[in-house]
Each structure stands twice: as C-alpha cells, then as structure tokens.
Write a protein that binds this ligand. Sequence first.
Ligand code: FE2
Ligand code: FE2
Ligand code: FE2
Length: 184
Amino acid sequence: MSVKNAMTADFLRSAYGGESMAHMRYLIWGNQAEKDGFPNIARLFKAIAYAEQVHAGNHFKELDTQTGDYTVAAGGVFGEQNIVENLQGAINGELHEVEQMYPVYLEAARFQGEKGAERSFHFALEAEKIHARLFQDAQNAAKEGKDISIKSVNICPICGHTILDEVPDKCPVCGAKGELYKSF
Ligand code: FE2
Ligand code: FE2
Ligand code: FE2
C-alpha cells in the first residue's frame, strides 16, 4: 500500500528517520556494552536494533510513491556514556515513541484512512512497548553491575515483535509464523 495524504506521509518520513537513528544508536551502544563486559545487554541492543530496522523498512515501503529528496526531521538521542546512561537514553526514546509519537501518528493515519501507514505505526508501537520494558530490566541489572541472564532475543521480521528466550508459534502482533523469527 502507498500513502496518499501529505500529513501521514510527513509522519512516515519522520518515523523512518527516528527508527533509522535508533537502529544505528543501538548498534553503537551494543558495541559499547560488549566492550564494557555486558555481552547479553549487547545482544539485547543488537537484536532491538534489528527490530528498529524492520520498523524503518515498513515505513519506507509505505512511502514508495513519494519519490525525491526530503529533509527529514526526527528526534535523535545522542551520547555514548556508561551503560546505565545509555540504557536510560534507550528507555527515554522508547517511551517517547510509546507515549507521544506513535499514538498521535496512528490516530492521524486512521483519520486519513491510510490503512498501510496505520498498520506500520501499529506494528512499531506494539514493539516499542516491549523494548521500553526490556531496556528497563537491563538497566536494573546494570545498576548493580550485573549483566542480564537471557538465552536469546527473538525478533519478528515483519513487525519487530520482540520476545526473550522463546519463539511463539505465531507472532501475537502480526500473525507471522514463528519459524520466521530472527534470533540473536
Ligand atoms: Fe521502532
Ligand atoms: Fe524500539
Ligand atoms: Fe510480527
């Protein structure tokens, strides 16, 4: 599906920018966590970086008829600090998306009858709720100088749904088959 209304197209571009930056930021912070001796928190960052790539890709696809150059404004979080501070940056970014950005973008897409954008924003919103919780749990451990204990982080490649240690038969958000999940 392709977006038709200018307002929803702007929101898709902004969300694409935000997801793209989150993707890169989590890779950077994942490398940092690795160096600091938190391999599982590093894995969480890298897996969630992939989920953000899925979101960026979904938004990009909805913009397939909007060819040309655009200046894209999106909130970017900066700073490479210690692991607790980096996790706080991640929590703040995810909560901004959960509490402010995606609910508003989702309502705009609904109001404008943009089914594809609505789906793309819905997928992202549901994953970001999980990301905020997972980063909070990781920060609680890191504050005590501990890594998290996890077996795997599993990501749905269609919607970015994120789940620790197990793969469901079917994605609870988009219905994709469990065998499609990418495991980290
Ligand atoms: Fe995302
Ligand atoms: Fe996220
Ligand atoms: Fe999914």
